[in-house]
Design a protein around this ligand. Structure first.
Ligand code: NAD
Ligand code: GLY
Length: 359
């Protein structure tokens, strides 16, 4: 079933859900006219699987396709510079629209490119991973990584629309579904205890990738994100809560130099670390802590670290976009389905949380 959900903010935009890739062309023609230059940015794996379908619908337009190697390491300024050269070779200009076809890496990179190329051109997200469909394509955050920190260079730059074809998930490997599940559990912990219970009650269906359950899970997870980013587009208030688990997770990703630890794995381990810290502060009961760890484990997500150095991870956490006036800002779970902002976490407390999850 097709659905449309509108995301509010300074520049609202529609999420089109359950729409075929090949129909994007006719939407563009109706919405923006018969002429135009479209620059599809994707990676070789996704291009092999889906560019033909997408291009079929775009055949009346001048269209170019650029592929970026498939890696989190490509979310870099170096790649932005290469994209600029490639876009200029395709005669891209201020009227060009970027179509970001892929997961969160392509979405963040192509969106950031769109935000700065000739001072900003329009773009549309076409998310092809669970994580991108329920999280990264919604809310207008675009960024690249820096050796010093994850997503350190970026902007709030909303897309014109999000075009979500759920059928792309059929080719997504299970470990990539798991990465998306880590973010749905985060959404549940931040703001929706019923969603947490839904995931607990349906772990077997999720492991079987039951389409009906996966769709409901995606819809409920998206609803959490849409509500929060509509109320607080630029992270002046409650949007920061969506970073639950991310300070720890980003430290792991940065420490691994953006290879070896996926974003979803980082979030999963980060949720367990912050849950331990919240337990120590009596914000979570032991039963709630166990429920969180159990759920992540049942879904096959990682919940501990083995050979990392807590002090070095702590250093990475000192370079975090959320920090203010030298204070680390951490998001803490308060029970299940509620979260709060802490500005008073001591280094020792953070190191203890890392040590708690070390095996
Ligand atoms: P990803 O983009 O690396 O995609 C995961 C893998 O799946 C890649 O190998 C990709 O080639 C492959 N793939 C994508 N679609 C496929 C399909 N339909 N079939 C088969 N293979 C497919 O990873 P991700 O988990 O989607 O995104 C992680 C990124 O998202 C991180 O960089 C993270 O920082 C970012 N993120 C951004 C936001 C935001 O608000 N902007 C939110 C959450 C995460
Ligand atoms: N992923 C956190 C946010 O979009 O705000």
């Amino acid at each position: 079933m097709r659905q449309r959900i509108d995301v509010g903010g300074s520049h609202g935009y529609p999420l089109f859900l359950g729409v075929p890739l090949e129909e994007l062309g006719s939407y563009l023609e109706n919405r923006y006219g018969a002429k135009g230059h479209y620059l599809v940015i994707t990676n070789p794996i996704i291009a092999d699987l889906y560019s033909e379908k997408l291009m079929e619908g775009l055949k009346n337009f001048r269209t170019d396709l650029i592929t970026v190697p498939d890696s989190e390491e490509e979310k870099s300024l170096d790649r932005i510079s290469k994209l600029t050269e490639q876009a200029l070779r395709c005669r891209a200009d201020r009227d060009t629209m970027v179509l970001a076809l892929g997961g969160g890496v392509i979405g963040d990179l192509a969106g950031f490119f769109a935000s700065i190329f000739v001072r900003g051109i329009r773009y549309i997200h076409i998310p092809t991973t669970l994580l991108a469909q329920i999280d990264s394509s919604i809310g207008g955050k675009v960024a690249v990584n820096h050796p010093s920190g994850k997503n350190l260079l970026g902007s709030f730059y909303p897309p014109q629309a999000v075009w979500t074809d759920y059928s792309t998930l059929t080719t997504l490997p299970w470990e990539e579904i798991q990465n998306g599940l880590a973010e749905t559990i985060k959404h549940a912990l931040v703001a929706d205890s019923m969603l947490f219970e839904f995931i607990e009650d349906h772990t077997a269906d999720i492991l079987n990738r039951d389409p009906k359950i996966m769709k409901e899970l995606a819809m409920r997870s998206m609803a959490v994100k849409v509500k929060i980013v509509t109320e607080d587009e630029k992270e002046k208030g409650n949007r920061i809560l969506l970073n639950l688990g991310h300070s720890f997770g980003h430290a792991l990703e940065t420490d691994a130099k953006y290879k070896g630890v996926s974003h979803g794995q980082g979030v999963s381990i980060g949720l367990v670390a912050i849950a331990n810290l919240a337990f120590e502060r009596n914000l979570l009961s032991e039963k709630q802590l166990v429920r969180i760890v159990d759920l992540l484990e049942k879904l096959g997500l990682p919940t501990y670290i083995t050979d990392s150095d807590p002090q070095s991870l702590l250093q990475h956490m000192l370079v975090d976009k959320k920090n203010k006036a030298g204070n680390k800002i951490l998001i803490l779970p308060v029970g299940i389905g509620k979260s709060s902002i802490a500005t008073d976490c001591e280094d020792e407390e953070i190191v203890r949380a890392w040590k708690k999850i070390m095996k």
